[in-house]
Design a protein around this ligand. Sequence first.
Ligand SMILES: CC(C)(COP(=O)(O)OP(=O)(O)OC[C@H]1O[C@@H](n2cnc3c(N)ncnc32)[C@H](O)[C@@H]1OP(=O)(O)O)[C@@H](O)C(=O)NCCC(=O)NCCS
Length: 147
Amino acid sequence: MIRPAAGADLAALGLLWERYRIEADDSRFRDQASWGHWVLPRISAGDVRVGTADRTINSYVVWQRAASAGIAGGRVLRILELYVHPDGRGERLGSGLLARAIDAARQRECRAVALVSNIADPAVRALAAPFGFMPEGDCLVLALQRE
Ligand SMILES: CC(C)(COP(=O)(O)OP(=O)(O)OC[C@H]1O[C@@H](n2cnc3c(N)ncnc32)[C@H](O)[C@@H]1OP(=O)(O)O)[C@@H](O)C(=O)NCCC(=O)NCCS
């Protein structure tokens, strides 16, 4: 099941983030506390989704909408973290979380979605390709049609 994250999820998300940080080699934050200060406003803004199995959080995605001169020349939804715990992989949680991010980008009238973390990982590329993401600079980018 995939649902919006709530403030009460912060402790469970922090433990998952520790695994993500190591596996994705993401050094933006030095510890869980500083990551927590960053992610809590994102949770409040509705920019975090969690995946669960037996009510335990085992996956998450964090995005942020930003103006970008480079990518698609307009508003872009940047997927900053996307992670599925090794025990939960292969259950289509990654695809489901990515689809939620794309839905949010369409609702917020973004012109593109950009995956920005760990894009050299073959699993990340294999996950994103069927959605239409293409390499562009340091990102994998999905251009959205105007509807
Ligand atoms: C990439 C990741 C999110 C995939 O999550 P997942 O829930 O296992 O993915 P899904 O079950 O939705 O897989 C969907 C498709 O992606 C592809 N895929 C996923 N993992 C793959 C792998 N390890 N190797 C090859 N293809 C893979 C497959 O095509 C798969 O379709 P299939 O099941 O029909 O074969 C997960 O492996 C992960 O968290 N990896 C490390 C995280 C990371 O580095 N994140 C940084 C990016 S922001």
